[in-house]
Ligand binder design. Sequence first.
Ligand code: ACO
Length: 405
Amino acid sequence: LGQPCIDIAKLPKETGAFTYDNGFTATASCKSAVTYIDGDAGVLLYRGYPIEQLAQHSSFLEVAYLLMNGELPSKGEFDKFEHEVTHHTMMHEAFRTFLYGFRHDAHPMAMLTGMLGSLASFYHNDLDLEDPEQRRLAAIRLIAKVPTIAAACYRYSIGWPIRYPRNNLEYTTRFLHMLKEVPSEPLELSPVAAKAMDLLFILHADHEQNASTSTVRLVGSTGANPYVSVAAGVAALWGPAHGGANEAVLKMLEEIGRPENVGSAVAKAKDKESGFRLMGFGHRVYKNFDPRAKIIREMTHKVLGELGVNDPLLEVAMKLEEAALKDEYFVQRKLYPNVDFYSGIIYKALGIPVEMFTVMFAIARTAGWVAHWLEQQNDPENKIGRPRQIYIGSPQRDYVEFGKR
Ligand code: ACO
């Protein structure tokens, strides 16, 4: 820790002892029954169900129900949930005015953060956080409205008219229609595209106490409403070390440009002085493989094959994957491709604009954020989150007047 600037022995006794855990690598902030990860074994369970089984048999909306409620729904429970989510997909018309205040070229993540925070101004006054039914309704509103808001942010950013949600469609397809439909050109969605999108939403739905979920819980721990808690989660997700990685992967692949440049990119990533990292490689928890990456890797090939996409960037991606997996530096540090290495490639193949990649992640992760927020609100042990610090600043000193400094 270097030299403490104060004599710790002279601190008052009640200061107590605490650990310095930079990045919280060894500190549990809560007890949770939502998601289990064994990073060494590459295991990911939502409410006890292996991600591989959910990816194969479930749908995103069913997974959202599972995360929120702890059990898979009966058919009747699922239909009711789907009906409720569908019922809440519309945005308040006043939202348009708010949206139109953003610069036309604002990043959709910037708009999404602001728009979600503003949901509180529409629903907060009526919200009694003591009432479990109202908490559940707030969670449903978020799951329902986030895709509508996300699509509106994107359409505004490219100057297209906002689309109302088509409530006869299911969750993922409804979102794609709002995002992509051009009045003169009705969107043809292939079943593989819809399945790939739903699969990505399932894989991104939750990941226990990652930076954005921890942010949601930290804000939620103060008793703040769920809309601003989730807006804070969106802000945390945006960083390239977290959800922003999928956009960063695509930008990196574009910069590498050609398969023959892969070798120098890998060399640059190994050179600490360069400050360059291979985006989409490495994970704080998974140190052998990311089970989501394994599932999505297969889907990537399927999508590209079935949609007949022949993207040169894919060749760069596959070369990069191959080179890094063989490289001593990456092997020693257990740096494997993570889910975001592949998600960007799929989104690109589906025609999703690059600046929407992290927004896509946010839509899916909303299911996890609200599940954690609900769990926290029900937790009798919930305390305001308040980390400690190691002070490394100046010792106590006296104020000096201007002219004497
Ligand atoms: N490229 C090159 N070197 C890397 C990379 C990378 N992508 N990731 C880690 N390293 C190196 C570090 O320089 C460090 O080397 P050292 O031990 O010689 O100093 C070592 O591997 C460990 O790295 P840390 O940063 O300590 O690992 P940490 O667990 O804190 O970070 C993280 C994990 C943030 C994901 C990191 O691997 C990274 O920046 N990856 C690229 C960004 C990315 O893909 N993020 C998405 C994460 S997944 C998600 O959010 C869904």
